[in-house]
Ligand binder design. Structure first.
Ligand code: SF4
Length: 168
């Protein structure tokens, strides 16, 4: 998958120059640190996948992709989520806020040969962003990035390149 930049904006100098008007980072962000909670969320995602490798639908995956990666891949101005982290594996990314770490099962991939994290029918986001199962728009007035995504042009959303990994 190609995206608009080489690395993420979480642990690099470019973070400082990221246009703050698209920022999702809030001082009050509640990272998932409780291992029991993490396991509960993971178990919920696994249960949603079930034995048939069910997936979410393409529009939902496109919305999740927009929440995590922004839209620079289609020439837009919305940068990636500040929680997005570059994997040690080149070209892969994972969520730094969910606490699940950097491994194949946690990679947030738009297009993948394997069942990727964004494919899960039920999937939580620590920022409760659009497209995720625990989406909450109640803070969208203060969260400009969430607000932009909520009001995103559907004709552009469908341009985001994602593939839904079918049953294997
Ligand atoms: S899952 Fe949520 S918090 Fe994590 S990178 Fe994606 S939008 Fe950001």
């Amino acid at each position: 998958m190609s995206i608009h930049r080489k690395g993420c904006n979480c642990n690099c100098k470019s973070k400082k120059s990221f246009d703050s008007k698209f920022s999702t980072k809030r001082k009050s962000i509640k990272k998932v640190t409780n291992p029991f909670t993490k396991m509960q969320l993971y178990a919920k995602s696994l249960a949603s996948r079930r034995f048939s490798n069910r997936t979410t639908d393409k529009p939902t995956k496109q919305l999740r992709f927009l929440s995590c990666f922004g839209d620079k891949s289609i020439g837009g101005h919305l940068g990636p989520c500040e929680e997005l982290q570059s994997s040690k594996t080149e070209g892969k990314f994972y969520c730094g806020a969910c606490g699940c770490g950097d491994r194949k099962a946690t990679w947030l991939e738009a297009e993948s040969e394997h069942y990727a994290k964004l494919d899960y029918p039920t999937l939580s986001c620590p920022l409760k962003m659009p497209g995720f199962s625990d989406y909450d728009g109640s803070d969208a007035k203060d969260n400009i990035r969430k607000n932009i995504i909520e009001n995103y042009d559907p004709t552009r959303l469908v341009q985001l390149k994602v593939s839904v990994k079918a049953k294997q």
